[in-house]
Design a protein around this ligand. Structure first.
Ligand code: HEC
Length: 165
């Protein structure tokens, strides 16, 4: 009797597992490829996708910037700085960062090889790519100073420009 009870418990567990495996096997091929395709084909690009396509060539895929980013080139201009929190980009408010990406370095008043992207990227795309850059600052501190929080405080007084479109 005890043995019979044990066997039936084992059987029930087995049947449960098989049922689960069958259920998983059935639902997967039907649901996921369509969902994947939808997210790739339509809908706005993510900040990460925009960064990879538009910024990484100069600032590096991981936002590390050029090796000697503090040393001016022969043309007197600065190489692409790190955007990952190692440099000083987090000293800028959202409003200033938006201006740099939209107008370019020259657009905000200094000789610079940072291009402006206002023809190429929408306001939403510029905000998305900057929000992606800012994810690198989360949890980072310089001499115990939390850079993401500091940048947020700075941006309260100077946020992204209001959407006029
Ligand atoms: C053609 C190369 C190039 C591309 C592409 C480029 N940048 Fe830059 N970027 C630079 C250079 C060079 C500088 C430094 C400008 C200076 O200080 O004169 C810079 C500076 C910046 C700064 C200011 C950094 C600071 O610490 O003051 C930000 C922010 C920035 N870039 C963001 C971006 C984003 C976001 C993209 C993509 C949408 C992008 N850049 C694409 C070359 C580039």
């Amino acid at each position: 009797m005890r043995r019979w009870a044990q066997t039936s418990v084992v059987l029930m567990v087995l049947v449960g597992w098989v049922g689960l495996i069958v259920a998983c096997g059935q639902s997967e091929p039907a649901a996921s490829p369509a969902a994947d395709q939808a997210s790739q084909v339509s809908g706005p690009r993510t900040g990460q996708q925009i960064f990879a396509a538009t910024c990484a060539a100069c600032h590096g895929a991981d936002g590390k910037g050029a090796e000697n980013w503090m040393v001016r080139d022969e043309d007197g201009r600065l190489p692409p700085p790190p955007l990952n929190g190692e440099g000083h980009t987090w000293h800028h408010s959202d409003g200033v960062l938006y201006g740099i990406v939209s107008e370019g370095g020259a657009g905000i008043g200094f000789g610079s090889n940072m291009p402006g992207f206002k023809e190429e990227l929408t306001r939403e795309e510029i905000v998305a790519v900057l929000e992606y850059v800012k994810t690198w600052w989360e949890g980072k501190a310089i001499d115990g100073f939390p850079i993401a929080e500091s940048q947020r405080e700075l941006s309260e007084a100077d946020p992204y420009p209001i959407d006029e479109g």
